[in-house]
Design a protein around this ligand. Structure first.
Ligand code: ZN
Length: 344
C-alpha cells in the first residue's frame, strides 16, 4: 500500500485546483474539518467537487488514485445510495406534488439521529446539503447543535449560492471555501470531452461565464442555449425601446405560464442572462473585446456601449439584484419584471 503522503488523486472536476489540492491534503494528513461551507454561484462546481471529496474519503482502494470509482463505496456514492452519506434536500409536498420551499427541522433532527448511530462500516459519516440557504430558521438551530457537538468521524458539507442567507453562527462553525468562476480557457478544455463541434464549445464556454454546470447544461440542452440567446437579444432591444412602450413589448416577448414556479424559474434565468450581458458591457467599456461571451452580440453591445457607462451599468446591476430578491420573496413575477424594465 502506498504511504499516505504519496496518495494520488484523480478528481474529475473543471478548474478549482487550489480548492481540490487543499481538500486532498486534508484527507492525506487526516485533518478534515467537521463542517465545510462551499460558497459560489450555481453551476460553478460545488456539488461536483463535493462528490469527489466525499468519494475520496470513503474510497476503499488506498493503492489507487482516489477515488477509484470501482469499489463498493465509490459505486454506492455514484448512485447516491451509500448508507452513511446523507443528502439533505427539500422534500416533495404530498398535497401539491411540488418541492417544499425550505428544508425543515424534522429533516435535520433525523440527520442528527443518524449521525449519532454507530456506522455498520465503522468509517466516516457525511451529510451533504446542496441548498443550505433554504434551511429554515428552526432547522438552522437544530443544525447548529449538531455543529456545536460534532460526533467523531463526521463531515457536514453545506453548499450555497447565497452566502448572506447563512446565519453567522453557522458560518463560524464551518470551514468556508469560496468557489470563483473558472477561466474560460480551462472551461473550454474541459468541454472538449463532449463530442460537439469546436465552434459551439467555444461559444458555450464563453456564454457560461465560468460556470461549468451552466456550460454542460447549454451543451446538452439546445433549448436553453436558444433561450439564453433570446434573453440577450431581448435585453439589447428593450433598453432601446422608450419606457412607455416597454410594457407592451414585454407582452410580445414573454409567454407567461399559469404556474408561478415556472414563471419564477424563467425570470430567474432571464435575470442571470441579463447580468451576463452587463458583464459584457462592462468589458466593452474597458475596451476588452476579447473576453466578450457572445461574439454574435459584439456588434449589438458595441452600440449599447454608448448608452451604458460604468455608472449606469452598476445602477442596472443593482436593479437586477433587487428584482432577484423580490422573486425570492415570492412576489408576483410579472410585477417584478414590469417594475424592472420600466426602470432600466
Ligand atoms: Zn473507490
Amino acid at each position: 500500500m502506498a504511504k499516505s503522503h504519496e496518495k494520488k488523486f484523480n478528481w474529475d472536476i473543471c478548474g478549482h485546483e487550489r480548492i481540490a489540492s487543499f481538500l486532498q491534503s486534508a484527507i492525506v494528513s487526516n485533518k478534515l474539518s467537521h463542517a465545510y461551507l462551499f460558497v459560489g454561484p450555481a453551476g460553478v462546481g460545488k456539488y461536483a467537487l463535493s462528490k469527489q471529496f466525499i468519494k475520496s474519503i470513503f474510497c476503499l482502494r488506498f493503492d489507487e488514485p482516489l477515488p477509484c470509482g470501482e469499489c463498493s463505496n465509490c459505486q454506492q456514492l455514484e448512485r447516491e445510495m451509500h448508507p452513511d452519506v446523507y443528502l439533505i434536500q427539500r422534500l416533495i409536498d404530498e398535497d401539491t406534488g411540488k418541492w417544499k420551499k425550505d428544508i425543515i427541522i424534522d429533516q435535520i433532527r433525523e440527520l442528527k439521529l443518524k449521525l449519532q448511530q454507530t456506522t455498520l462500516l465503522s468509517g466516516y459519516k457525511a451529510a451533504l446539503i446542496p441548498e443550505a440557504q433554504l434551511i429554515n430558521e428552526h432547522a438552522y438551530n437544530s443544525l447548529l447543535k449538531i455543529l456545536e457537538e460534532p460526533t467523531a468521524k463526521t463531515i457536514i458539507i453545506l453548499l450555497t449560492d447565497d452566502f448572506r442567507k447563512i446565519p453567522a453562527t453557522i458560518v463560524s462553525r464551518c470551514q468556508t471555501i469560496n468557489f470563483l468562476p473558472v477561466a474560460s480557457g480551462v472551461l473550454e478544455n474541459y468541454l472538449l470531452r463532449f463530442e460537439v463541434e469546436a465552434e459551439k464549445i467555444k461559444l458555450v464556454s464563453r456564454l457560461a461565464h465560468g460556470l461549468p454546470g451552466r456550460a454542460i447544461n447549454l451543451l446538452r440542452d439546445e433549448e436553453s442555449l436558444a433561450q439564453l440567446q433570446l434573453n440577450l437579444k431581448f435585453f439589447s432591444e428593450i433598453v432601446r425601446v422608450s419606457s412607455s412602450r416597454r410594457l407592451n413589448y414585454l407582452e410580445e416577448i414573454i409567454n407567461w405560464e399559469k404556474d408561478e414556479t415556472q414563471n419564477a424559474a424563467k425570470i430567474g434565468r432571464l435575470l442571470d442572462d441579463w447580468q451576463a450581458a452587463l458583464r459584457d458591457l462592462l468589458l466593452l467599456t474597458q475596451g476588452d473585446e476579447y473576453h466578450i461571451a457572445n461574439a454574435e452580440y459584439l456588434k449589438v453591445f458595441s452600440e449599447l456601449k454608448e448608452k451604458f457607462d460604468w455608472r449606469r451599468i452598476l445602477q442596472v446591476a443593482s436593479l437586477l439584484q433587487t428584482a432577484r430578491e423580490l422573486l425570492q420573496q415570492n412576489i408576483n413575477t410579472k410585477f417584478v419584471l414590469e417594475n424592472l424594465i420600466i426602470n432600466l
